[in-house]
Design a protein around this ligand. Structure first.
Ligand code: ATP
Ligand code: MG
Length: 688
């Protein structure tokens, strides 16, 4: 029997749902507070006088906190007996053992039970104005049919299925179908080449099946996804079957290995009018009963710092953490339309397009296009049309749109927006302010959310906090419930004071953490737990302000040491980007015979800017000297048309470092680079 919790009257509330945090957290205190209205499982909690105090409690009494939340928020078929069994020094992380559940039941069935007509997905297709809506009932049906199709073709519990699809309802249903039958999924971003796809398939070894579409459509351009898969298959002999769905009407060559996922219901001349998943498949698919720690998916990191790592996430802890962060960081309320524009090929797409929103019964937007197709008003037109309440995107897109000017935003009604989110990179002050002032009309909180593929969900963000608590531009600020960040100095000692910078680590485990690197647990230990024994090491640097707020200063690999002064690249870039002529910049260090390291800045100008480069260089140097220090001002400034970025839009500073060192042969793994032909490859010769 499934024990549905935390939902509505149609459910028979389990004994767990009725219990509250108060019964797990033995706190005594004076006053009751409004915490209960904020977090229902905290109803009746004594002695907590606000959200900050609730957070304190979630860290000091972490097991009890997570136990209560897990019982309330998830629907279990068997309750867990052990909340956590973790040992960070050995990279051992286990949550909710003994518990059994099914992720697709949590994301679909329980909502279908109460409100089958609620819209689960709005597919914002590449062709503007042609969006399609899918209710929870329809998504469940699609998922079940696919689950049966996979089962019929031999996919078993514990197998792993690669999904190479653009962001679309079938991709979401494929992920959920895997979860339903107990198979793990490995979503590979559909913009990757045949080589990058093949490498991820081979790395996974057990990856037997692929789900794809005939062609992708993005930014008005058609990409030959099926052909890319065919090429990749030449070096992937373990792949037995390829399931092919149709995104466009153009037929593709099918081989003996390929299986059509859909059948055409109605066709006129060459045009397909109606298509659906193989109708022979039943619409009922018995969910597999999974253990909390069974694998849900593996997913490769963006590859900003090196060869991507295949991180493994498991069932209950991941889902709980994605759902809780989605609800509280974005102040999501029932009935809201949540618009995260990330591709499902990244962790942001997994946690905040698919699992977090669906676990909360939200209407989630699937964005297939680009921010500038067919014009730079695309996002805001979509916000108006779909009545989006929370918008979540990346700084790289914000910086791009800022270049085109305010008129593209002002054309559209954005009054439905309540919260704006940013993820992926530090958001520089100018972009933050534009996002807040222009996009959000100065009335929506901007949440700069820091997290990683490894963390499963958001770890540091301005919210949740009291609704009127201050938000500082460009700062992620406050740790989420159960998150205990610490800063380390270079000797490996914890820095206890404020107004200090160090290596960002986590002192306590939380349910959303990755459990291992696929097939390489030793690399997992070496990368995340060896550098600071007993702590999870993020690889990023952070500054903690006088008030105790966190600001990410960039990747530690990117920290530059100029004459003994350590400085994060993000800090210098933030100042350079404040110059009205500058669209974006990337700063790297290089070997300097006197200073140890020098500062080298790559700068991209806004559209239509016509300035003397030498004058602008002087101006930028003056700005950095004034706002940071003379030693931080760049030794070289190189103007470039574009910066090298990962497909997820992050600047690849490691590539620029190699360019600066003139090591053009040794640029490293470029499989995740978005445009290998961009003009940053020639090192400039002009010294400032
Ligand atoms: P790889 O691990 O392969 O080098 P990656 O780190 O870019 O790639 P992701 O897991 O997608 O892969 O990205 C997480 C990283 O993105 C963080 O470690 C951090 O450096 C950066 N990041 C994410 N959000 C923020 C943010 N809000 N502010 C600053 N940096 C951020
Ligand atoms: Mg990383």
């Amino acid at each position: 029997m499934w024990l549905p919790c935390g939902c509505t009257s149609k459910y028979v509330a389990s004994s767990f749902a009725r219990r509250t945090l108060a019964s797990y957290l033995h706190v005594s205190g004076r006053s009751r507070c409004n915490v209960a209205a904020f977090m229902p499982e905290a109803a009746g909690l004594e002695g907590v006088s606000g959200r900050a105090a609730l957070r304190e409690l979630s860290v000091s009494n972490s097991e009890s906190f997570w136990a209560a939340v897990a019982r309330h928020r998830l629907c279990w078929s068997t309750p867990f007996h052990t909340v956590q069994d973790c040992d960070l020094s050995r990279g051992k992380i286990k949550w909710f053992e003994g518990g059994k559940l099914n992720v697709s039941v949590n994301c679909l069935d329980r909502h279908v039970h109460t409100c089958p007509e609620r819209v689960a997905l709005i597919w914002e297709r590449d062709e503007r104005g042609s969006e399609m809506k899918y209710t929870y009932g329809e998504l469940l049906e699609m998922t079940c049919r696919l689950g049966n199709l996979l089962r019929r073709h031999g996919v078993k519990r514990g197998d792993c299925v690669t999904i190479y699809m653009p962001t679309c309802p079938l991709a979401v249903a494929s992920m959920l179908a895997c979860a339903r039958i107990g198979a793990a999924h490995n979503v590979v971003f559909a913009g990757f080449s045949a080589d990058a796809l093949a490498e991820r398939i081979r790395d996974g070894e057990m990856l037997l099946l692929i789900i794809t579409v005939n062609q992708g459509v993005r930014g008005g351009k058609v990409t030959e996804l099926k052909k890319t898969v065919d090429t990749a298959m030449q070096s992937c002999p373990t792949v037995k079957q390829v399931f092919v769905a149709m995104r466009t009407d153009n037929p593709v060559t099918m081989t003996a290995r390929d299986i059509a996922m859909e059948e055409v219901r109605e066709q006129k001349a060459n045009q397909i009018l109606e298509i659906q998943i193989q109708a022979v498949e039943d619409v009922v698919c018995e969910p597999a009963v999974m253990n909390s720690e069974d694998v849900l998916f593996l997913l490769y990191t963006s590859g900003s710092t090196g060869k991507p790592k295949g991180l493994v996430h498991t069932q209950a802890g991941y889902l709980l953490y994605a759902a809780l962060t989605h609800r509280y960081v974005f102040s999501y309320h029932d009935g809201d339309v949540f618009g995260c524009v990330a591709d499902i090929g990244w962790i942001t797409g997994h946690s905040y397009v698919v699992y977090g929103p669906l676990a909360n019964g939200a209407t989630t937007v699937l964005f297939e296009s680009t921010p500038i197709y067919p014009d730079p008003g695309r996002y805001w037109d979509m916000v108006e049309r779909l009545k989006i309440n929370q918008f979540y995107g990346a700084p790289t897109a914000i910086r791009l749109l800022l270049k085109y000017g305010d008129q593209w935003v002002n054309k559209y009604d954005r009054s439905t927006l309540k919260t704006l989110g940013s993820v992926g990179e530090p958001i520089n002050t100018e972009a933050w302010e534009w996002y807040h002032r222009v996009v959000g009309d100065g009335r929506c909180p901007v949440v700069d959310t820091w997290w990683q593929t490894e963390t499963g969900g958001i770890c540091i963000a301005p919210r949740p906090s009291d609704p009127d608590a201050e938000i500082v531009p460009g700062m992620a600020m406050r740790p989420f419930f159960g998150i205990n960040p610490v800063l380390m100095d270079t000797e490996g000692e914890v820095l206890t004071s404020n107004n200090t910078s160090g290596a960002l680590c986590m002192a306590q485990p939380w349910p959303g953490m990755a459990r291992t690197i696929h097939n390489n647990h030793q690399r997992f230990i070496d990368t995340y737990f060896q550098p600071y024994p007993g702590y999870f090491f993020t690889g990023d640097g952070a500054y903690r302000s006088e008030e105790g707020y966190y600001q990410i200063t960039g990747r530690l690999d990117d920290v530059i040491n100029v004459s003994g002064h350590r400085i994060g690249t993000a800090e210098i870039e933030d100042v350079v980007n404040q110059c009205p002529a500058v669209a974006e910049s990337a700063v790297v260090g290089y070997t300097h015979s006197i200073k140890g390291q020098g500062v080298y800045a790559f700068v991209v100008l806004k559209k239509g800017i016509d300035v003397q480069e030498a004058d602008l260089s002087r101006q930028l140097n003056g700005m950095v000297s004034e706002k940071i220090a003379k030693y931080a001002s760049p030794d070289f400034i190189q103007f470039a048309k574009r910066l090298p970025k990962t497909r997820s839009g992050k600047i690849m500073r490691r590539v620029l470092r190699k360019v600066v060192e003139s090591d053009l042969e040794g640029l490293g793994d470029l499989s995740t680079l978005d445009d290998p032909a961009a003009g940053w490859k020639n090192k400039c010769q002009c010294q400032i």
